[in-house]
Design a protein around this ligand. Sequence first.
Ligand SMILES: CCC/C=C/C=C/C(=O)SCCNC(=O)CCNC(=O)[C@H](O)C(C)(C)COP(=O)(O)OP(=O)(O)OC[C@H]1O[C@@H](n2cnc3c(N)ncnc32)[C@H](O)[C@@H]1OP(=O)(O)O
Length: 279
Amino acid sequence: MTSNSVPKFETLVVSNPREYVYRVELNRPHKLNAMNDVFWREISTCFNGIAEDPNCRVVIVTGAGRLFTAGLDLTDSQILAFTDVQKDVARRAMQVFDVIKKLQESFSFIEKCRKPVIAAIHNGCVGGGVDMVAACDIRLCTEDAWFQVKEVDIGVAADVGTLQRLPKIIGNDSLARELVYTARRLPATEAKQLGLVSRIYKDKASMIEGALELASTIASKSPVAIQGSKVNLVYSRDHSVREALEYMAAWNMSMGQTEDIARAIQANMTKQKTTFSKL
Ligand SMILES: CCC/C=C/C=C/C(=O)SCCNC(=O)CCNC(=O)[C@H](O)C(C)(C)COP(=O)(O)OP(=O)(O)OC[C@H]1O[C@@H](n2cnc3c(N)ncnc32)[C@H](O)[C@@H]1OP(=O)(O)O
């Protein structure tokens, strides 16, 4: 994937609004960006491509139309595999397992991609939407935003990341359970208090502008430092302090020898701006 030839998708629009910044827009506005089969395939392809694209250092995820996303497409999705009566229970169970693992991967690719991903959320972020933004690095939202862990209302335990990531993001296990068990809508102000989002904007336009500014700031820094930070933050979340410190030291024994350090220090000392070569 290169900035000259950003890929074309059916359910996503990828653009390159600023240097080293890509925007991935969920693009099924007539269905409130509900996540159908094509979406699940494309979001994987998209983030795998971005992971390898040296022209991209930061990603912004937005939703087209009046709502960020209504979550799983309830009319066109692999969830139908759950009720495939042609298969016996063991074969059906294996099929469902494989589908869930594949859909989990779709969002885990966002986390595995070393480039920071900023979710810019307006209006509703429902079900699978919460799974997706929980895999992002930074969440911004509009005043009218609301978040809903909706899965229990469709009779299923959320299975593509919310239960694993949300409690760690908000650091409030009791409230995470309340949100999961009740499927109540969490408004923007409460999401900010909890640390689910870091900033609230008046409307979508000002949020996109804010997201672009933030992305450009991150993109101007050493990609070695930024990507190393993301990898180690994700690792630290899932390991003990001792293990994570060990991993950090092993990481920087090579990455800490980058030419970017000398460039960055020189720029700091001389109060000059500098640029960093592609990673
Ligand atoms: C292995 C699986 C892994 C993933 C699991 C994920 C699970 C989940 O995401 S659970 C949550 C699923 N989503 C929902 O239950 C939300 C359903 N939608 C709504 O409740 C409302 O649409 C909403 C409150 C979001 C907005 O209401 P509003 O009145 O503003 O709009 P509508 O008229 O209802 O919708 C407009 C058109 O969009 C279609 N649509 C909305 N949501 C979905 C959806 N989830 N799947 C498919 N289509 C959806 C709706 O049918 C309307 O279409 P049309 O009739 O053609 O105009």
